[in-house]
Design a protein around this ligand. Sequence first.
Ligand SMILES: Cc1cc2nc3c(=O)[nH]c(=O)nc-3n(C[C@H](O)[C@H](O)[C@H](O)COP(=O)(O)O)c2cc1C
Length: 537
Amino acid sequence: MRQGKTRSSPDDRSADPDGRFGFQEDRFALRDDVRLQCDGTSVALTSPVSTFTLRGVGPGVIAALRRLAAGSVPFTEVTRGLAAGERARFDMVLGRIGHLLVHGVALNGRELLRVEHTARDASYEVADLTGLSGSTGLSGLPADSLLRLSRFAFCRSRADTLVLESPLCKVRMLLVTPGARELVAALGSASAPGELRVDGLSPAEITCLLGHLVGAGFVEVGGPGASGAAFPEDADPVLRQWDFHDLLFHSRIRTGRDDAPVGGVFPHLGELDPQPAVKPLPQGPVVPLHRPSLEEIAARDPVLTAAVEGRRSLREYGESPPTAEQLGEFLYRTGRVRVHFEPGPGEQPGGEIVGRPYPNGGSAYELELYLTVRRCAGLDPGIYYYDPVGHQLILVNTDAGDRQAMLTVAALSAGLTTDPDVLITMTSRFQRMSWKYSGIAYATTLRHTGVLYQTMYLVAAAMRLAPCGLGIGNADLAARVLGLDYLRESSVGDFILGSRPDADPGIWDAAQGWNYVNDAEWAAWAGSRLNRRADGS
Ligand SMILES: Cc1cc2nc3c(=O)[nH]c(=O)nc-3n(C[C@H](O)[C@H](O)[C@H](O)COP(=O)(O)O)c2cc1C
């Protein structure tokens, strides 16, 4: 496909001298969420994520910036009256504030679309599709070309405007006109460009819009394939292995290609109350738990290296069930609250934090534990909430069908032949995180889940229990069974636990094809420390 030379930024004005792509009619403004402050020769442009400061700025450049701040103006209007030196300075400034501008794409005096850069290094070449939808045939593409929205593109309402975004693109299209909205909708399925008709849009306007949509990467150019339309994304071995939601998530939880605030920015401070560090207890019968003795544990625990090196995921259980005493010790060592900090009067709200045995970003400790108990000596089957402060269980559900439903999901996830002795469901009190963190609240919760998994693995190994973390759980089922509001608190992780099998499965079995790499004796040593048969021993 031939690419036009026109760029999406105003710093390449010479590329379209005859206005062929309508570029010279394009309009620019500061984004709605950017504020311009001028103080003498100093200028500050403040966006929700940063402030861009300029010093020693001349009056001409300040006047041009004020024109951008006043609203959408043609580029020629922005630079009107700038002396040569000021123009050079202004061009330099523009090169650095592209992400603070909104670019209105216009043709014949009519605005069709607005474009915002979501990354500082964003730019794209407008695809040259002239003649594409006109009667004179295609000039930029093969005759049988097809166009379709990228699988990663999506529309949503943002700041009261329908926008088109994609984790593959560093720009956002603001679909401010009915024609642009209709065209994007039509591109949901593969379309021959010459057949694209949109009420109220001329062929030239369709071509102009498509040039931006294709150039920026929202729309793919393909053609007929062996079985239906074929597009590059469908054949790309890397993109094929990205789920839409995974790539979007990845693009939003790391900085670089999106312009939303990321980090501990307290987005709801002063407007919404933070969630408490400790969840208010649910109603239900209380079951006190065994409180382990530090001396006993210190005397009997294997050394850390034995737990790290000998830890395995075990999916079979012993004939005897785990005991309530073991469960009490396990929960105490992995999940209890061990310190509490309350900020003083007048200090920032949301500062109440706790500490538990595993590390946690911001000490938020938003994860809660629920136990679905099938088999545990000294504890009735049931579904319990773990109170991490009182170190006790609270029975929240006694329905055998609900219990079985939870255990069945876990058993399927681990390919078990029998249900696990105990299923530990980890839930997140989401607003505990998102009150403080923007962009990364959910990602951080998932990281916490992983941290807790490993803590549980190590403690289970030390206690000679059978642990296994799970990758799949049913959050809707869990919310219903645990009596939770899915949006406030629902499951983010699952961990199954049981007694160790009497016939020990051993470490890695060479007969099953495992080859030891890097010091095989470590596994044998750890296995023997954990009373487990090591391969070959
Ligand atoms: C986040 C995570 C998800 C997992 N999901 C599953 C799962 O759904 N089913 C399962 O049987 N094992 C699951 N496992 C266990 C892994 O299969 C296991 O850790 C891996 O095979 C390595 O074996 P090892 O733990 O015995 O060293 C999971 C482990 C982790 C850490």
